[in-house]
Design a protein around this ligand. Sequence first.
Ligand code: BJW
Ligand code: ZN
Length: 252
Amino acid sequence: MTEENILAKAISAVNQLIVEKKDQIRIVALTGSGISKGSGIPTFRGKDGLWKNYNAMELATPQAFGRDPQLVWEWYSWRIGIILTKDPNPAHHALIKLQEKGLLEWVITQNVDSLHFRAGSKNLLEVHGNIFRTKCMNCGKKTMLTEAPTKPPLCECGEMLRPDVVWFGESLDRNVLMKVDEIIRTECDILLVIGTSGVVYPIADLPYLAKMNNVVVIEFNVDETPISQLADFVILGKSEEVLPKFVEEIIQ
Ligand code: BJW
Ligand code: ZN
């Protein structure tokens, strides 16, 4: 089947559900770094991914920060600098159109780049944190950055601040995890899985949880992933190109 046919089939399945449920359809988007690729922000894995040139374990773990906070901050400052020059792309905006039509219940994002927020997403869960937020290692105070720090920033209490993101080996916020679990089990008819490799747990479990709860799973990615095997539809293509087409056909 061609990509156009798969897209058409997914659109027709969603429209049929909308008719059956009399517009009470609840769509949830689960996004990863691929949705921001079209904005010019690198993904993590793959040939142009961040982990191609940087070792995840030397940068995205609490141990790495403990060993060399200067190095870790340099990496985050570099990324903040890139993100500050980028804007939400048509995929982020397509989700806003779904939201405005009352069809999109939640956006669950693994991204830390704030692009969903900047696009105008309302019910947004940033499950891996936010690169612009810092957290004090001592008093826990959280602060927002407006520019890339040139050296490791300090809290008013004198202790070093860290990026308020979730590193490998750290638990995601318990309340957020309980919320995403509840959303998938009780507030979701259709899950759009957009631009994630689906290999980082516990979030990688969500499409499986969705399937167990009879949710229709539609994947948008440039490549197949482990999620493709369970997805009802796999739409291959750049999310910034394909998602707007999909949404246009759903909301008309
Ligand atoms: C496009 C596109 C375009 C490109 N259009 N698509 C169970 C089993 C095995 C391991 C574990 C497990 N439970 C926990 C673990 C350990 C670990 C883990 O999952 N490891 C695996 C890698 C094996 N998980 C954790 O440590 C988590 N904590 C936890 O579970 O605590 C309890 C615990 C601890 C220890 C042991 C056991 C339990 C925390 C995970 C935190 C992840 N943090 C990061 C960094 C965040 C901060 C930062 O940004 O610096 O989060 S890592 C990185 O990966 C980042 C992302 O959010 C996350 C997911 O990546 P994502 O978004 O999917 O990006 P990519 O690059 O992987 O994929 C991009 C996709 O886009 C690709 O598919 C492309 O094809 C596609 N694409 N262009 C559409 N234009
Ligand atoms: Zn402090």
